[in-house]
Design a protein around this ligand. Structure first.
Ligand SMILES: *Cc1c(COP(=O)(O)O)cnc(C)c1O
Length: 232
């Protein structure tokens, strides 16, 4: 076993354990291996270890890998900030987008999905800056319900609204726990006001805080360093 496949197996085991400890099924939390800055060879090692979901945060980096790995059954997740002019790269490449933060971006994405005649809907999450960190992108908590309402009124074919995403507060476990719990409450509120049955995904938790995230109800964790080692 390589270091990467060993790390992967440790992380997967830990996620199962934490899910059970939080009173959920052992497969309640999806692991997204964050492969940004990593090579195709590194990604292939994780595929060999049984990993199917990968996350990238720039289009440029993602497009060096996605076309090279089409023989594998991979679900790609876009997890970084997306400028609307780059929306055209999403259909055909990504199944999930974790970072919708404006009506304009959603409109552009919907138009691109239609142009590409995709026969599936793009699974979309709204990115929320619950911890109100000035350095982070995402919607303010009080903007989320309003935007979701607007998105549903506009219909926007090709997009399937699935939940919320956030990034924790680096180096502060207390603040991070509060942010994750606030995101869970916000998800419940969105479910109530929108009536959407499958608006049920909480993308929260990275290498340093995924244990807290799973305790707080995360359904998808985005993990890079704990699998691939430190980024150069
Ligand atoms: C890089 C990144 C991650 C993974 O971070 P690690 O600390 O390496 O696990 C998760 N989410 C987003 C949005 C990222 O940009």
């Amino acid at each position: 076993m390589s270091v990467i496949t060993e790390n992967l197996s440790v992380v997967k085991h830990r996620i199962k354990e934490l899910s059970l400890m939080s009173g959920r099924a052992d497969d309640a939390v999806k692991l997204i291996a964050v492969s940004k800055t990593r090579s195709i060879q590194e990604v292939q090692q994780t595929i060999g270890g049984g990993q199917c979901d990968f996350g990238e945060n720039t289009i440029q980096d993602a497009l060096t890998k996605i076309p090279e790995l089409t023989e594998h059954n991979i679900d790609w997740h876009f997890i970084g900030h997306l400028q609307s002019k780059k929306s055209k790269h999403i259909p055909g490449n990504f199944k999930w987008l974790h970072s919708v933060d404006s009506l304009k971006l959603a409109q552009k994405l919907s138009a691109e999905m239609a142009r590409h005649h995709e026969n599936f809907e793009l699974n979309c999450l709204l990115q929320v800056n619950v911890a109100e960190q000035t350095s982070k992108s995402g919607l303010a908590e009080n903007e989320v319900i309003l935007l979701l309402d607007e998105l549903l009124q506009q219909k926007l074919p090709g997009l399937n609204w699935r939940g919320l995403m956030t990034i924790g507060v680096q180096g502060n476990k207390v603040q991070t726990g509060k942010a994750f719990s606030a995101l869970r409450n916000l998800l419940n509120k969105c479910q109530r006001t929108s009536g959407l049955k499958d608006f049920d995904q909480l993308s929260m938790g990275m290498s340093s805080d995924y244990a807290i995230a799973i305790q707080e109800g995360s359904t998808m964790v985005r993990i890079g360093t704990a699998i691939f080692g430190d980024r150069k």
